[in-house]
Design a protein around this ligand. Structure first.
Ligand code: MRU
Length: 372
């Protein structure tokens, strides 16, 4: 198994500041990049889903914020003007997508770096500190993914649900791999580690309607990693579980409330309900930057709704619609799974189990102590 992804989602060059994003909208058919040189075009790329997946969005936003700092330091006459320009960049970036909290988490962290810089310090030095921390966010994200994979191995079932011989069969929703993170992946990182431990590990990949992250991105990564898999339509999952062909369900998350409510790609809740019905463990893999203790329950998590055409034109606006022009749509990008359906939440600080209001708070407290 390779250690570096063949295609990195995010590359940043500091001089001149340039963010190269792998255009995930056209994978797997085309490999092309979108270049961002400012906060505004970075925010547009996030909004248009050139880059996607909660941790990757946070890293991209961090570099977008740095690029705003560089242009503000060149344009601003004083610290007050610099701070005002960065406030505007923060707003543009943080509003680009509402659900994945890693976006705001990364921006808050960098804003903290700016406000910790003494008045009077050269703006160049403030920019350098922001760049150092943006790079640290990217590095730490990869380290977190690797740590989550190590912890998560303990949750792999020892035997198959139907008693047959062979590797564990994991059902996975959306994309949580290298392309959704700095590298390695959250839930897909665990699958990589499981495959490393036992190459017979097998994956059922939900295609993940409507944007097909499973088909386009997860399958793309599994092919590169030589991990055995089958692509299924989302609605085949219950049938597979009922036949005892699924030993574990793994998903990532875009935001986890203090209560343990898990926001993730639409379709996750159906999987969790089915997994509970058929007695399959349902495991969430996400870094502590995805835990939002300010969201007390799922009701506090804003769910992004996206445009009709994602449903009516699955092959793009150049292809014929699959629904009558007068049909209206409801297209939430995420849903919220209640904590009682979640077997465990794997973080880089260890595994949280119910009651999540206690276990998640304890893991976040440990993370905060590390950060000081
Ligand atoms: O809308 P997207 O493509 O950004 O959604 C991605 C997901 O929901 C992922 O499963 C989630 O971010 C987990 S992150 C590794």
């Amino acid at each position: 198994m390779s250690d570096r992804p063949v295609f990195a989602a995010i590359r940043f060059v500091a001089d001149p500041p340039t963010l190269e994003l792998l255009d995930q909208r056209v994978l797997p058919g085309h490999v092309r990049h979108v270049t961002c040189v400012a906060a505004a075009d970075t925010a547009a790329a996030i909004q248009q889903m050139v880059v996607r997946g909660a941790p990757a969005i946070g890293v991209a936003a961090a570099y977008g914020f740095y690029m705003a700092a560089v242009s503000a330091s060149a344009a601003a006459g004083d610290r007050a003007a610099f701070d005002a320009a960065l406030d505007a960049a923060y707003d543009v970036l943080s509003n680009s997508r509402p659900t994945a909290v890693n976006l705001r988490w990364a921006l808050d962290r960098l804003r903290g770096v700016v406000s910790a810089a003494r008045p009077g310090i050269a703006l160049d030095a403030v920019c350098a500190a922001v760049l150092d921390d943006a790079r640290a966010i990217a590095r730490e994200d990869e380290a977190a993914c690797r740590a989550m994979a190590r912890h998560g191995l303990a949750l792999l079932p020892a035997a198959r649900a139907d008693g047959t011989d062979g590797g564990v069969r994991i059902l996975h929703h959306c994309n949580t791999g290298s392309l959704a993170t700095s590298n390695y992946g959250t839930a897909l990182g665990l699958i990589r580690a499981a495959h490393h431990a036992d190459p017979r590990t097998f994956v059922y990949v939900d295609e993940t309607r409507p944007r097909l992250q499973g088909a386009r991105l997860t399958a793309f990564e599994l092919v590169q990693e030589n991990i055995d898999h089958l692509l299924i339509v989302d609605s085949a999952a219950a049938m597979l579980m009922s036949a005892k062909k699924v030993d574990l369900v793994t998903v990532g998350s875009d935001r986890i409330a203090a209560s343990g409510h898990v926001a993730n790609k639409i379709g996750t809740l159906s999987l969790a309900v089915n997994a509970r019905h058929f007695g399959v463990p349902f495991v969430v893999v996400a870094p502590v930057s995805t835990i939002d203790l300010n969201a007390l329950t799922g009701a506090d998590i804003e769910i992004e709704e996206r445009e009709d055409s994602e449903i009516t034109h699955p092959c793009g606006l150049d292809c014929p619609a699959v629904a009558p022009a007068k049909t209206r749509t409801f297209n939430p990008a995420f849903d919220v799974t209640p904590p009682d359906l979640v077997t465990a939440i794997v973080t880089e600080y260890g595994i949280a189990r119910p009651p999540y209001n206690e276990s998640l708070a304890a893991l976040c407290a440990r993370a905060a102590r590390d950060f000081i």
